[in-house]
Design a protein around this ligand. Structure first.
Ligand code: AMP
Ligand code: TRP
Length: 343
């Protein structure tokens, strides 16, 4: 959480974030999200982390694969250091209050706001008429995920900034329309060297699970040889590394590898360049792959071990959902009172 973040004193600091169980986790998810979730928890802030299975089905998901992906994502959270004894870890569909508040937010948010969302435009593609209604309303459910806990801080990658701004717009309109100061103005927390990890094949594209080229990303389940091979083949330029960040400005591929190194090593970009400036990529890449393997191998081993105990994962998620409901239920009840629902 950034220093000096202003939140209304009425709201206790509380972190919430979510990830869709819709495919393999990659280095962008780890550095942009999971690693930072564990860091927030370790700073002692109450942290709530959610596998957003209801968001996943805004596009088609095979039921058996969805179940598997939810458990695998839970294993990814835990293996990355999110401790279910210290943080609340659960899947969205087990806490009905998210969808209940989302309905109210569907009635607060405006069509025009939703139409501006770049993630909707990207995912709907050319045939928006054929997109699900859920995909269009996705950000209202996301706002409900966050605000049903009165969460004050949301660690996410750069690509989610627009959705958090919309969450604030929904909170502000609700508060204004009903004349209350009920929902907090949630702050996005987008910090560190790796808030936007780029493709290893093209420094202008985000590393993403939907990229058809597997060489473009490092999957959290890749073995050491695969990781080393992908980094060796990563696109770079012919120049040596600069000794100051300024020198990376026009070099997106070089900047990406330095950012990844910095985030994995918990160093600043300036520190990485002070140590490695002047080196050729033939020397820097092996160092980067050793570091990536050292950090990711224990995580993928632990994920594989956890996946042999799906019943335990399910029990963890059920327990997390019960804890989440204890916070969510009274906030929904107060929302219903504000809106004028008889209960
Ligand atoms: P997704 O897999 O798109 O549901 O994203 C889950 C989380 O990972 C969100 O907080 C994203 O912002 C983050 N994330 C996804 N891709 C990247 C990337 N290439 N760089 C940094 N963060 C990312
Ligand atoms: N939209 C996020 C993504 O695609 C996932 C998400 C859903 C989320 N609800 C959230 C992230 C609430 C943060 C907070 O990555």
């Amino acid at each position: 959480m950034s220093e000096g973040v202003q939140t209304s004193p009425a709201f206790t600091p509380r972190v919430f974030s979510g990830i869709q169980p819709s495919g393999d986790l990659h280095l962008g998810n780890y550095l942009g999200a999971l690693k930072r979730f564990a860091d927030a928890q370790n700073k002692g802030v109450q942290s709530i982390y959610c596998m957003v299975d209801q968001h996943a089905i805004t596009v088609w998901q095979d039921p058996e694969k969805l179940r598997q992906a939810t458990r695998e994502l839970a294993a990814g959270f835990i293996a990355s250091g999110v401790d279910p004894k210290r943080s609340i870890l659960f899947n969205q569909s087990q806490v009905a209050e998210h969808a209940q508040l989302a309905w109210i937010f569907n009635c607060v948010a405006r069509m025009g706001w939703m139409k501006r969302m770049t993630q909707f435009k990207d995912k709907a593609g050319k045939n928006a008429e054929n997109a699900s209604l859920g995909l269009f309303g996705y950000p209202a459910l996301m706002a409900a995920d966050i605000l049903i806990y009165h969460a004050t801080h949301v660690p996410v990658g750069e690509d989610q900034k627009q959705h958090i701004e919309l969450t604030r717009d929904i909170a502000a309109k609700f508060n204004h329309d009903y004349g209350v100061d009920f929902f907090p103005m949630t702050e996005p927390v987008i910090e560190g060297a790796a808030t936007r990890v780029m493709s290893l094949r093209d420094g202008s594209k985000k590393m993403s699970k939907s990229d058809p080229s597997d060489a473009s990303r490092i999957n959290m389940t890749d073995d050491a040889d695969t990781i080393a091979g992908k980094i060796r083949k990563a696109k770079t330029d012919a120049e040596a590394l600069p000794s100051e960040a300024e020198g990376l400005k026009e070099r997106p591929e070089a900047r990406n590898l330095v950012n990844i190194y910095a985030a994995l090593a918990d160093m600043t970009v300036a520190e990485v360049l002070a140590e490695n400036g002047g080196q050729q990529f033939s020397a820097f890449k092996p160092k980067l792959s050793d570091l990536a393997v050292a950090k990711l191998a224990p995580i993928s081993t632990e994920m594989a071990r956890l996946m042999t105990q799906p019943d335990e994962i399910d029990a963890i998620l059920r327990h997390g959902a019960a804890q989440a409901r204890e916070i969510a239920a009274p906030i929904l009840a107060r929302t219903y009172d504000i809106v004028g629902m008889v209960r």
